[in-house]
Design a protein around this ligand. Structure first.
Ligand SMILES: Nc1ncnc2c1ncn2[C@@H]1O[C@H](COP(=O)(O)OP(=O)(O)OP(=O)(O)O)[C@@H](O)[C@H]1O
Ligand code: SF4
Ligand SMILES: [Mg+2]
Length: 340
């Protein structure tokens, strides 16, 4: 039995979310123009993100998961306004930042920062660490000397040796380079960090160190994270709540424990069934749900529930009626038949 949602704050939201949330995202949509064919005709727009809504409280981490191409990065880039949404709103600390001019965006650039997947390619190889970390401060009007001093402090904060401040990115390992990326993101004293696959490009042994660092920084600095990753074990470790995306939409969102212990959406169940379990007995009992085929193109999403061509539970109504997010088992699920 499910209950439709009418109120603005989504279920599974932090208590008191809505007006009090640090970040409120409503109906966020990104439709990229379709590709031109050889005859010059433009194809259907690619709805990479299609009506995404969620809240994030101060100090909270929301994990964003889903298969490649489901719209995670596009969502993250719209949150920090690296991409202009086609429609919808992003309200940060009570202020709609969706359509601000570049000039009016300055305070947002201070408060909201992004950490990228590949540390080496996201750092300018021709700049020293000092310059890389100082850059956001220089943009905010700091003097070069103050910015350099702050860069050295930040290096220490993220576990780098401040004496290496005049080195170049190639002189650092992948893990160290990601620490530089994190230090740069912290330079302006942000309150929210959107981390897009921050550990996926790193060796497994280094991943845990970076995750530990991000958790420590969250506590010490009172940060909030939107943590994008395809590794569900990493997301389980860092998140308070988790949102599962499929073909540009959130299909399940709720408290981490609810979602991992009793996934309600067939897609979430399939994703989680692929995660190895630490307990050997449970691992032996683990049943994999293998999804057929690849996700459809966001340029031509299937009618009804966009997951229906791959869903083991699909019924007739799924082919025609799009399920909206509704409360089921203490979280929100977009499925006509949630649960077992
Ligand atoms: N600039 C663009 N123009 C057209 N289509 C785009 C553009 N950027 C992304 N897309 C398409 O939008 C969809 C979502 O892409 P996005 O990069 O957000 O997915 P993702 O979930 O981050 O995937 P991954 O896990 O591989 O990083 C994909 O179909 C992608 O091809
Ligand atoms: S709505 Fe139907 S097709 Fe979609 S996930 Fe639920 S059961 Fe599967
Ligand atoms: Mg991505």
């Amino acid at each position: 039995m499910t209950t439709p949602i009418h109120a603005a704050p989504p279920a599974g939201s932090p208590e008191g979310a809505g007006p009090a949330a640090l970040l409120s995202v409503r109906d966020l949509t990104m439709a990229f123009p379709g590709r031109r064919s050889a005859t010059g005709r433009r194809g259907a727009p690619v709805r990479a993100v299609d009506g995404v809504s969620f809240d994030l409280a101060a100090g909270e981490t929301l994990g964003l998961v889903g298969e490649s191409g489901c719209g995670k990065s596009t969502t993250g880039r719209m949150l920090v306004r690296l991409l202009e949404p086609t429609s919808g709103s992003v309200v940060f600390d009570g202020r709609d930042v969706t359509r601000l001019s570049q000039r009016a965006l300055r305070p947002l650039r201070r408060d909201v920062q992004m950490v990228f997947q590949d540390p080496h390619s996201s750092l300018n190889p021709r700049q020293t660490v000092s310059r890389i970390i100082s850059d956001p401060l220089l943009v905010q009007g700091w003097s070069a000397a103050d910015a350099r001093r702050r860069a050295a402090e930040l290096m220490e904060l993220v576990g780098l040796i401040p004496e290496h401040i005049d080195r170049y990115p190639h002189e650092f390992s992948g893990g160290q380079a990601q620490r530089i990326g994190i230090a740069r993101s912290l330079a302006t004293g942000p309150r929210l960090i959107v981390a897009d696959e921050p550990v996926s490009a790193l060796d497994v042994s280094v991943q845990a160190q970076i995750v530990n660092l991000m958790e420590r920084l969250r506590e010490e600095l009172g940060l909030s994270y939107v943590f994008i990753a395809h590794d569900l074990s990493v997301v389980k470790r860092v998140s308070d709540r988790v949102a599962v995306m499929y073909l540009g939409r959130i299909v399940e969102i709720g408290a981490k424990r609810d979602l991992y212990d009793t996934p309600q959406h067939p897609y979430t169940r399939a994703l989680l069934s692929a995660v190895p379990l630490p307990d050997p007995a449970a691992e032996r009992r683990r049943e994999r749900i293998v999804l057929l085929g690849d996700p459809p193109s966001p340029a031509a999403p299937p009618p009804g529930c966009s997951f229906h061509p791959r869903c083991p539970k699909a019924q007739e109504v799924c082919r025609t009626e799009r399920p909206l997010l509704r409360i089921a088992a203490s979280r929100e699920v977009a499925c006509h038949f949630p649960g077992d």
